[in-house]
Design a protein around this ligand. Structure first.
Ligand code: FAD
Length: 352
């Protein structure tokens, strides 16, 4: 089947919905194509105990505050999924599910979006596919030798699956600290980080991180020196379960090991630890394979952008992948502004 519209938004997570909100306000004709069967983007797949690192009101998309979750300062993932489902219904956003975009192609004056359920032709497109779908695991010698379980953050659900086991959690970011805290009580945990973990002060949560990211962008835009932004403050938000495990002395980190063995891991000095499972909390990369036909990747696989617009394909915007597509754009509160700016640029292009 072939369809025609002004704008195709690829991805119906929070970034795609924020774009939809602004495209609708600007009166554009658009569709949001989402590969999931149900609303909520990546939040549907997060581990059971994950909590937002900001209170509800500071985790809101444009137009509609996230309601507080009863009894919780920091909402859980189910609350976020319900908020996103309600958001797309409230604004009657035209989300098509389950539709996976396979490739975006140049087709004369239009972009041709090929999917597993037909083809869309559009004047412009916003790619908002997130990162959850491209987990990153570093190359460490011996990975194929290890006989235990190896999984990435994306596949972790709950400590129940590891009760009593020797588990090695790799990674000094928020996912690593939170999953280590989750496992600290019921498993024999070893938490491994590349450098000593840097906890943010206990009174710093996502609100302060958002302010730091915004101040940094403003400073850079005005030609001032780099404030260092969020990274200058630390790596790990001390959300209540992390703080509690840390204060009980359960979150002591070991340095990174140098290889995996059949039964566990080994450090450069020959020290070994046995393990039943290794959980790689080593981050994600932008899920951009559907853009390959446009051949936009420059050195080191990076797509050059001016704000959200692809430099070499002005009809394409990239939204929500991280600071390179707008300060704090990979957060609920931060994606609204780049979504608005991208939609305005597209409106100008389409109406020119
Ligand atoms: P996603 O939620 O991944 O949505 C993208 C959508 O696009 C998905 O539905 C996907 O199926 C779809 N898609 C992908 N490829 C295709 C394709 N080819 N065709 C069609 N559809 C496609 N942010 C906060 O604000 N507060 C927090 O507390 C917070 N905690 C986080 C904790 C973790 C562990 C992680 C990983 C992130 C956290 N974030 C947080 C960051 C961010 O808010 C989330 O990652 C969020 O899910 C990003 O939304 P998104 O819309 O960009 O991507």
């Amino acid at each position: 089947m072939s369809h025609r519209t002004q704008v195709v938004v690829i991805g119906g997570g929070q970034a795609g919905l924020a774009a939809g909100y602004h495209l609708r306000r600007l009166g554009l004709d658009f569709v949001i194509l989402d590969a999931q069967t149900t609303p909520g983007g990546a939040w549907q797949h997060a581990w059971d105990s994950l909590r937002l690192f900001s209170p509800a009101a500071y985790s809101s998309l444009p137009g509609r505050l996230m309601p507080p979750q009863s009894g919780e300062t920091y909402p859980d993932v189910q609350h976020v999924v319900e908020y996103l489902a309600d958001y797309e219904k409230r604004y009657e956003l035209p989300v098509e599910r389950a539709v996976r975009v396979l490739g975006v192609h140049r087709d004369g004056g239009l972009l041709r979006v090929e999917t597993d359920s037909g083809t869309w032709h559009a004047r412009a497109s916003i790619s908002a596919t997130g990162t959850w779908w491209r987990p990153f695991i570093p190359n460490i010698p011996g990975q194929a030798t290890f006989e235990g379980r190896q999984l990435h953050t994306a596949a972790y659900r709950s400590p129940a699956n590891f009760a009593g086991q020797r588990v090695i959690v790799v990674g000094g970011g928020n996912s690593g600290a939170q999953i280590a805290a989750d496992l600290a009580h019921d498993t024999r945990l070893t938490w491994v980080t590349q450098r000593p973990p840097r906890f943010l002060a206990d009174n710093i949560d996502g609100r302060a991180l958002f302010d730091a990211a915004t101040a940094r962008r403003r400073a850079l835009d005005e030609g001032h020196t780099d404030t260092g932004g969020v990274a200058s403050l630390g790596d790990i938000v001390a959300v209540p379960p992390v703080r509690e495990a840390r204060d009980r002395g359960l979150l002591k980190a070991a340095p990174m090991f140098s290889r995996l063995t059949r039964g566990g891991v080994e450090w450069a000095d020959g020290t070994c630890a046995e393990a039943d499972a290794v959980i790689w909390c080593t981050g994600f990369r932008p899920a951009l394979s559907h853009l390959a036909p446009l051949q936009l990747r420059g050195r080191r696989g990076h797509i050059a952008t001016t704000r959200t617009r692809a430099v070499d394909e002005p009809r394409l915007h990239l939204l929500g992948y991280g600071d390179w597509t707008g300060p704090a754009s990979a957060t609920l509160i931060g994606v609204g502004r780049p979504a608005r700016d991208a939609s305005r640029e597209i409106a100008q292009l389409v109406r020119a």
